[in-house]
Design a protein around this ligand. Structure first.
Ligand code: LRH
Ligand code: MN
Ligand code: MN
Length: 429
């Protein structure tokens, strides 16, 4: 295993914090025991939980107004993978990476796979990109891709998705995430029903090319770049498409892709019940597809989503969601944000595990709203930090990943190796 951060840096850092952790962990263990919860059981469940890093998240993001590059930005997919390796080495919650093609194209997929495995990483879902034009592309996606009125443009978009599957097979991935920005900006611009039919027709061609053990994740989004209408704008359209395509097609929920105040946990429950929950792109938002760090604005909303997941698992409902982050970092070091968000996801999972399911069932059956909501709050309000720290320490990571990362000087080191990127006027998704 390649150690990107010197072991001695992590050890020295942990040595300073371990005594406090031992005492905090013991104290939390006592508190939980009083509630009939075994801390070791929770610890083992949290240790087994992983969330994928989006390869595009390790570069500095931007808006359509401006982009302010950070130091030592990854130049290519190998640099991105190295940054993901650092995240995994320190935070121990992100064993997989989700690639985006063609952003992550390289000339030797075998080498990429080996490099990943040397960092202790594997590949999660592949993401296709038919929402922007690439150099030398025959047909433009300005007016759509899988739903374009022109058959040749649709065929090109289908072929790109098939290429993503092929690449993914070389990397050991087992899912393709398809998000299209197709839609319209003017009332009347697009025939809604025909556009959806074209989507189904193109998607069926992609679906037909899926290897037997692959899934296809359909990602909906309310708007942007099409601001009047989007073809796959919500879970309803996504669900209709997934139903039409077949059992390997499921609906992916990106938390930022809904209108403000939409009850996302209810959507999650519906998709679980229908066997159509593909998984998540975790992030947070205040206004729209803000791509803020997971749980940074509304941690309780994230908790309520996890509450549905834990409840379904508790009840033995068969489902296998894929967990991924999808964030854009404009003012923080992406490595720090991704480590913090991964920890936030694990924290939320742990909190949801603490909910007394039996008592909740009884409160719901007895229409005791106050007790029911109190039981959820009891889980959410428990500070599970010692469990997260302990899981990281046991796995060879850092008790405080951001602190250890800063002490390691990794960013300064790569800033010397990777040429500075000049700022731009935006245009980043
Ligand atoms: C679209 C989206 C989708 C893309 C990613 C870059 O807004 O969430 O998942 O692949 O951003
Ligand atoms: Mn997304
Ligand atoms: Mn998005």
């Amino acid at each position: 295993m390649t150690h990107l951060i010197d072991r001695s840096v992590i050890d020295a850092h942990n040595a300073r914090l371990q005594r406090d952790l031992d005492s905090d962990y013991a104290h939390l263990g006592e508190q939980l025991a009083r509630r009939g919860i075994d801390i070791e059981t929770v610890r083992a469940q949290v240790a087994a939980f992983g969330v994928a890093i989006p390869s595009w998240g390790v570069g500095t993001g931007g808006t359509r107004f401006a982009r302010f590059p950070g130091q030592g930005e990854p130049r290519h997919v190998f640099d991105k993978l190295q940054d993901c390796g650092v995240i995994q080495q320190l935070a121990r919650a992100t064993p997989t990476v989700s690639l985006h093609i063609p952003w992550d194209k390289c000339s030797d997929w075998n080498e990429l796979r080996q490099t990943a495995s040397a960092y202790g990483l594997a590949f999660d879902a592949m993401n296709s990109n038919t929402f922007s034009d690439q150099k030398g592309q025959a047909h433009s996606y300005k007016y759509g891709s899988l739903t374009h009125t022109d058959a040749a443009t649709r065929a090109q978009a289908v072929a790109h998705n098939l290429e993503c599957i092929e690449i993914g097979q070389k990397l050991g991935s087992r899912a393709l995430t398809v998000w299209v920005g197709d839609g319209s900006n003017f009332p009347g611009q697009q025939h809604f029903r025909r556009a959806f039919d074209r989507y189904l027709d193109s998607s069926a061609q992609i679906y037909a090319a899926l290897p037997s053990d692959w899934r296809m994740f359909l990602e909906h989004k309310i708007a942007e770049p099409a601001f009047y209408s989007t073809v796959i704008q919500d879970w309803g359209s996504s669900f209709l498409a997934a139903q039409a395509l077949g059992p390997k097609a499921q609906c992916l929920v990106d938390l930022g892709h809904h209108a403000p105040n939409v009850n996302i946990e209810l959507i999650v429950a519906r998709l679980i019940a229908a066997g159509k929950l593909a998984g998540f792109h975790f992030n947070d938002s205040k206004y729209g597809d803000d791509d803020l760090d997971a749980g940074s604005v509304s941690p309780y909303r994230l908790f309520l989503v996890f509450n549905e997941l834990v409840a379904a698992a508790h009840e033995g409902v068969p489902f296998e969601p894929a967990y991924m982050l999808d964030q854009s970092h404009n003012v923080t070091d992406p490595i720090e944000s991704l480590m913090t968000s991964a920890a936030q996801v694990l924290r939320t999972y742990a909190q949801a595990l603490l909910v007394d399911r039996q008592a909740l069932d009884a409160a719901q059956d007895g229409n005791d709203a106050m007790t029911a909501t109190h039981l959820l709050k009891q889980g959410f309000q428990t500070d599970v930090t010692p469990i997260l720290q302990r899981v990281r320490l046991d796995a060879g990571g850092a008790i405080d990943p951001v602190g250890a990362y800063r002490a390691s000087g990794y960013r300064q080191r790569v800033a010397g190796e990777r040429p500075a990127v000049v700022g731009g006027s935006g245009g980043i998704v």
